[in-house]
Ligand binder design. Structure first.
Ligand code: HOZ
Length: 428
């Protein structure tokens, strides 16, 4: 497999960009080796600068739910950009975007667009603190809500992959306001709320954890958290940056029938452009400036080209049967991988929701962060490279979810499973 051009680019990048990458999760730090540089992408495939082709299960970490370079999205971007790239005054597409989100996710009576998932979660907790007059927030071990100071406490994703669960540079005074709970532990949540529930501004959660591999909520768990927040006057924030518009058209809140007070989004609503959003109950959202006193702003927020890409993607996923199709493909992939592992005698299990999945080198079930950490990561790393050599790109970390798009058809899944049979045999 040729890697000369990627290697040359990475060498140059290392001189000028910390770690050679503009986001740590891309660096292949835990799996070893060097990242490849993308030349282009189409459908389910990524093509690197050395001419290698990969079935892509990262999908730009979530946005590419309809596959890369979908013509409908590209046309919307091309059409919109001809009228100008940024105005600094309101544009009609922002209104359509707010209407679309509010229609698809009814808990979002009002919405504010931002430029990334990180901005969305930062803004949501500021709003929660401002609205409740309380300072403490609760998050879950292994959940990642972007790189805001308050969230880099026992966080997942790159923070966990790199073994930096509590980042230097976060003032202790701020980190101390973030309390953590074990995901899927009913009693721990009850105890914490009974102790200090009246001090908690908000509990923020990835309803399906996608940043510590992929962990699904136990039956009734999200309902339990909803009830605790309601009882103690804390806001429930669903971070649906990953799950939003993916695990169901209305996100995890629709799938599990929960109404959070606030929700955060990113990824899919930008269709590959830098976009985030937060939304929730009208009475809360009305406290955001200039309607209210809680300040949050952004020069490029609601950018017309980004809105066009996001809206075109949201069009595509509203096609009848879209999410059923995603669920079927994800299921076929995971069942096939489990069968291949069994054949090779490798301890392995998967977790899955429509369009997202987790791979664990251990016997199941995996229901907690501790379970996820007990996966054989060294074996995952070898498997990752064995798959990469066979033209399949999985997330380069044992602590990231994988993503399936509508462009992953039978041929791509068959290729993946053929590669997996060889790769499992190699790591057995
Ligand atoms: N949530 C993404 C990974 N789990 C973020 C991607 C990034 O940090 O670049």
């Amino acid at each position: 497999m040729k890697t000369d051009r990627s290697h040359e680019l990475f060498t140059r990048a290392l001189e000028l960009i910390p770690g050679g990458v503009n986001s740590p999760v891309r660096a292949f730090k835990s799996v070893g080796g060097e990242p490849f540089f993308a030349q282009r992408a189409e459908g389910a495939y990524l093509y690197d600068v050395d001419g290698n082709r990969y079935v892509d299960y990262v999908g730009s970490w979530g946005p590419m739910i309809a596959g890369h370079a979908h013509p409908h999205v590209l046309e919307a971007v091309a059409r919109t950009m001809r009228d100008g790239l940024s105005f600094g005054v309101p544009n009609p597409l922002e209104v359509t975007m707010a209407e679309t989100i509010a229609r698809l996710v009814p808990s979002c009576e009002m919405v504010r667009m931002v430029n990334s998932g990180t901005e969305a979660t930062l803004s949501a907790i500021r709003l929660a603190r401002g609205a409740t007059g309380r300072a403490r927030i609760v998050k879950f071990e292994g959940c990642y809500h972007g790189h805001g100071d308050s969230f880099l406490v026992k966080a997942g994703s790159g923070v966990m992959t790199l073994g930096l669960p509590n980042s230097p540079g976060v003032p202790a005074a701020l980190a101390d306001l973030t309390l953590t709970l074990p995901y899927n532990d009913f009693d721990a949540a009850t105890r914490l709320f009974e102790e200090i529930g009246q001090e908690i501004a908000a509990l923020i959660i990835e309803p399906i954890v996608g940043n510590a591999n992929c962990i699904l909520p136990r039956e009734g768990y999200l309902q339990h958290l909803r009830a605790l927040c309601t009882k103690h006057g804390a806001l429930l924030i669903f971070d649906e940056v990953m799950t939003g518009f993916r695990v169901a058209l209305g996100g995890a809140q629709a799938r599990y029938g929960i109404t959070p007070d606030l929700s955060t989004f990113g990824k899919i609503i930008g269709g590959g452009m830098p976009v985030g959003a937060y939304g929730g109950r009208r009475e809360l959202m009305q406290q955001i400036a200039p309607a209210g006193p809680i300040y949050q702003a952004g020069t490029l927020s609601g950018n017309p080209v980004a809105m066009a890409a996001g809206l075109a993607t949201l069009d595509l996923i509203q096609a009848p049967g879209f999410h059923d199709g995603l669920e079927r493909r994800t299921h076929a992939l995971c069942e096939g991988l489990e069968a291949a592992a069994r054949e090779a005698g490798v301890a392995f299990c998967t977790t899955r929701a429509p369009g997202m999945f987790g791979l664990y080198f251990r016997e199941g079930p995996v229901e907690t962060f501790e379970d996820a950490k007990a996966s054989d990561t060294a074996r995952f790393n070898r498997f990752f490279h064995a798959m990469l050599r066979r033209g399949v790109y999985l997330a380069p970390s044992a602590f990231e979810a994988g993503f399936v798009s509508s462009a992953h058809g039978d041929a791509e899944i068959a290729h993946t499973l053929a590669a997996a049979r060889e790769a499992f045999a190699e790591v057995a």
